[in-house]
Design a protein around this ligand. Sequence first.
Ligand code: GDP
Length: 197
Amino acid sequence: ISFNSARFLVSAPRLQDCPPDTGTEVAFAGRSNAGKSSALNAITANSKLARTSKTPGRTRLINFFSLNREHARLVDLPGYGYAKVSRDIKDDWQKHLEDYLNDRQCLRGLVLVMDIRHPLTDFDQMMVEWCEYNQLPLMILATKADKLKFGQAKNSILDIGRRLEEYSCVQHLIMFSATSKRGVDDCRAALTNWLES
Ligand code: GDP
């Protein structure tokens, strides 16, 4: 799989607007500002890729990116934790997100992006529980590692690992940085594995 060839495919407000449920997909989730867009850009070596997802009006959509292998896609899920939207909108998009996660047959795994300095927020924990319950393989990207000294970053990884010890869904826990590109190769290898399964 060539991640460099990723192209924006479509934005979907609802499950019924998603591309046909064939092939394989890996979805990226994370608290807004965690570094999800930057991680997607680093993985695809395309500094503009996830900008589409940041365009006002698109932040709450499910954004699909196609890869060179036919029917392999990366999916940018709406960032959670926006303070500025109303309760109604929150409920609405939460529902679309749930529909996607519950119904999507081609979903092979979830990548949960978290700031290495603020790991495992309540919502992150909820996503982990959801993956465990649904037996969906999970990859944790602990990003912005360049903001810590290596020893501190390592400790944070060990701590996250300990807190998630009992969860069998966690297949990969990667120290990551979109800035230094640390972890990009490991992440690509794991994604390739999932997308080819
Ligand atoms: P998103 O809301 O989760 O998509 O987060 P963004 O990718 O937009 O990143 C939020 C902020 O964190 C931006 O100012 C980024 O430049 C910064 N950021 C993201 N990843 C990294 C990283 O690996 N290292 C550093 N130093 N900053 C990062």
